[in-house]
Design a protein around this ligand. Structure first.
Ligand SMILES: Nc1ncnc2c1ncn2[C@@H]1O[C@H](COP(=O)(O)OP(=O)(O)OP(=O)(O)O)[C@@H](O)[C@H]1O
Ligand SMILES: [Mg+2]
Length: 288
């Protein structure tokens, strides 16, 4: 489903002393099947924006189209369908776990959407493996788990209802570096194999660059810019001004371009890719 935000504003607790204008005239198009990263400093409105994607929050003004569903104004049946089609994993996964055992928690969503429980139970092991959870946690209380395990349970629960759009609010927070990489690789594989739309909020500009096709930069409730990863380096000054740092690999690539005239051909923005490019450059120099 294509997602279109048109002049969306959102104010928390309007007409109270706690009123906060958290989204300001957001215009954004997310094409079906794309991989988008959203970055921005703390409090810039990322989580607020995400919660509009499955109708948890509704715009104070403006319109959002999600496939054939319009917000505000969707019927409760449309909202229920939307919540199956758009899976949201919260920034604090403990907020979305509530059952006595992990297994009950994992089955709650599929039951709620009318899935056949026997079929879902058959998929349970695969999904647990996919997110890196041992089956011994199934009978434990979700609240006894570590932060990283809770996050994996929340992600597994989302996958079991088979959404087309995966909305992930810092899904790798609390995981160790290898767990972070595995989780992102899993989302990338889902994106590539099943054409899922992925919308990922991350504090890591490197992850945004290496996984997303478009990077949305938010600043104080507004969209500062939307760039392809390879174009972000041209916006370095703008990003610095709003307190975001360009990761080192991008700095090095820009430097190589300016000083050596090197064209960047790699798909990933990593130290390894830089080394490969430099080795090729040196080799070419040695043979010319
Ligand atoms: N329930 C609420 N009531 C009033 N203001 C709120 C509420 N929730 C969030 N805000 C405010 O809205 C702004 C945007 O918050 P949001 O959580 O969307 O930011 P964020 O970009 O996700 O930040 P972070 O990177 O820290 O997760 C912040 O200034 C925040 O204080
Ligand atoms: Mg947030």
């Amino acid at each position: 489903m294509d997602i279109i935000f048109k002049d969306v504003n959102y104010t928390y607790q309007p007409n109270t002393p706690f009123s906060h204008h958290a989204l300001k005239t957001i215009n954004l198009e997310i094409q079906s099947g794309s991989f988008i990263a959203i970055v921005g400093h703390t409090g810039s409105g990322k989580s607020t924006l995400l919660q509009h994607l499955n109708g948890l929050l509704k715009p104070t003004s403006g319109q959002i189209s999600l496939g054939n569903t319009e917000l505000p104004g969707a019927t409760s049946k449309q909202l229920k369908d939307l919540r199956q089609q758009v899976g949201l994993v919260f920034q604090n996964p403990e907020h979305q776990l509530f059952e006595e055992t992990v297994k009950k928690d994992l089955l709650f969503g599929p039951k709620n959407f009318g899935f056949n429980v026997k079929d879902v139970e058959k998929e349970l092991n695969d999904v647990m493996e996919q997110v890196g959870l041992d089956h011994t946690v199934l009978e434990r209380s979700p609240f006894e788990l570590s932060g990283g395990q809770m996050r994996r349970v929340a992600i597994a629960g989302m996958l079991l209802v088979k959404p087309q759009v995966l909305v992930l609010d810092e899904p790798t927070a609390g995981l160790d570096p290898s767990g972070q990489k595995e989780m992102l690789q899993m989302f990338k594989a889902l994106h590539e194999m099943k054409q899922h739309t992925i919308i990922l909020v991350t504090h890591s500009m490197e992850d945004a660059l290496n996984y997303a096709e478009q990077v949305v930069v938010m600043n104080q409730g507004q969209i500062e810019c939307v760039n392809k990863p390879e174009d972000l380096m041209h916006n370095q000054e703008r990003l610095r001004r709003i307190g975001l740092d360009i990761p080192e690999p991008i700095e090095s690539i820009r430097y190589m371009k300016e000083r050596l005239g090197l064209e960047w051909q790699e798909k990933e923005y990593t130290e390894e890719a830089i080394s490969r490019t430099l080795i090729e450059y040196i080799k070419a120099g040695a043979t010319s």
